[in-house]
Design a protein around this ligand. Structure first.
Ligand code: PMP
Ligand code: GLU
Length: 397
């Protein structure tokens, strides 16, 4: 008998975190690895946010907080939803959690029963599938490809829905494809969703501020499905606050109440100091995030330009987030020395060991033809890492 539960034995490790760990270990051994594996802005948290954290400590805001978050923080989030997204969520409909990762887990564990299906468009962020499995739900994936800019169509969604469907989970802007759904595309999906009264949707909008094509569009803006959407957001990406661990949802009150109950047993209210710091960011004009967004766009263009010079790299033009997800299936069947490349896992191991560049295999996101570059790092490192990738790939025959 296993000493560990089936639950943990069946859970896959987060591949993004696993690759980041592996590159740190190799770097500690003195290997000159450039890691483009983890999705984390390399900028520092803005000073005015750090000041708010110092003030919170000095003001002794150091006790347990209400489980769904400090009321003033939820009020600020409520205002933000109105200001940026035209969404009306009262503070009672908002739950602040230890990162958007916990927000998503709260919702899935609160809503999905064993055997219920959850639709997940490919490519998906790594943690969706494992959290669904933890809830004993059944992930039902919808394929896309670089040719369709990695977006699903309303027809595909319609076809994936069965009497067992409970939920759909997706992100816009998307990790890992960078695709951004337009208002018209979301409306077309909403027209399908409304026809299925038992279907709920987690709309993960954590990359809202890293959008290169203009205004962010929220799924919940369509009044006729507002009651069926859980809007997820957070400060990790837009405000360069990954370590502070603040994410949140806006949702129908009964779902927010369920998440509060779940969180009350797991973690309680999240860190008081991080909440006070995040509140300053959330209250500020979103223009404070534009400098970082513009830097990401410049890096995207740089990497896209460099990747174009590598044979067999098929890319879309990512309109947001900070990832590029090229189709690298051109290299399947090729080899060098003891390396034989049959899939994206083989290629990411080869590039790590032979090229000293850490990328994440597309397999982790459901698409084994692709590989993920996170370009949230300096231009110098980006130039050097793509050069290494190019040289390593050129050896494959
Ligand atoms: N959703 C997506 C699509 C992400 O890329 C991330 C980043 N890891 C998260 C949610 C979770 O973010 P965090 O827990 O740092 O708020
Ligand atoms: N979201 C980031 C990524 O995809 C951070 C790592 C994680 O939490 O999975 O790389």
């Amino acid at each position: 008998m296993s000493k560990l539960s089936d639950r943990i034995n069946n859970l896959a490790e987060s591949q993004t975190l696993a690759m980041a760990k592996k590159s740190r270990e190799l770097q500690a051994k003195g290997k000159d690895i450039i890691s483009l594996s983890i999705g984390e802005p390399d900028f520092n948290t803005p000073d005015f946010i750090k000041e708010a954290a110092k003030k919170a400590i000095d003001n002794n805001i150091t006790r347990y907080t209400p489980v769904p978050g400090i009321l003033d923080v939820r009020k600020a989030i409520s205002e933000k939803f109105k200001r940026d997204n035209g969404l009306n969520y009262t503070p009672e409909q908002i739950v602040v959690s230890t990162g958007a990762k916990q927000s998503i887990a709260n919702v899935i564990l609160s809503m999905v029963n064993p055997g219920e299906e959850v639709i997940v468009p490919i490519p998906y962020w790594v943690s969706y599938i494992e959290t669904i499995k933890l809830a004993e739900g059944i992930p039902v994936t919808i394929p896309t490809s670089v040719e369709s800019n990695f977006k699903i169509t309303p027809e595909q969604l319609k076809k994936a829905i069965t009497p067992k469907t409970k939920m759909m989970v997706f992100s816009t802007p998307c990790n890992p494809s960078g695709s951004v759904y337009t208002k018209d595309e979301l409306k077309a999906l909403a027209d399908v969703i409304i026809q299925h009264p038992d279907l709920y949707v987690i709309s993960d909008e954590i990359y809202e501020y890293i959008n290169f094509i203009g205004k962010h569009e929220s799924l919940a803006q369509f009044d006729f499905i507002y009651d069926r959407v859980i809007t997820v957001n957070g400060v990790s990406k837009g405000y360069a606050m990954t370590g502070w661990r603040i994410g949140y949802i806006g949702a129908p009150k009964w779902i927010a109440d369920a998440c509060e109950k779940m969180q009350g047993q797991f973690t309680s209210g999240t860190c008081s100091i991080a909440q006070m710091a995040a509140m300053e960011g959330i209250k500020a004009d979103p223009s404070v995030t534009f400098e970082m967004r513009d830097a990401f766009k410049k890096r995207r263009d740089l990497v896209l330009g460099l990747l174009k010079e590598i044979p067999g790299m098929k890319t879309n033009i990512p309109d947001g987030a900070f990832y590029i997800f090229p189709d690298i299936s051109y290299y399947f069947g090729k080899s060098y020395g003891n390396y034989k490349i049959n899939n994206s896992n083989d290629l990411s191991m080869y590039l790590l060991e032979e090229g000293n560049v850490a990328l994440v295999s597309g397999d982790a996101f459901g698409d084994n033809n692709c590989i993920r570059f996170s370009y949230a790092t300096s231009e110098d490192k980006l130039i050097e890492s793509v050069k290494r990738v190019k040289e390593a790939l050129a050896k494959l025959k």
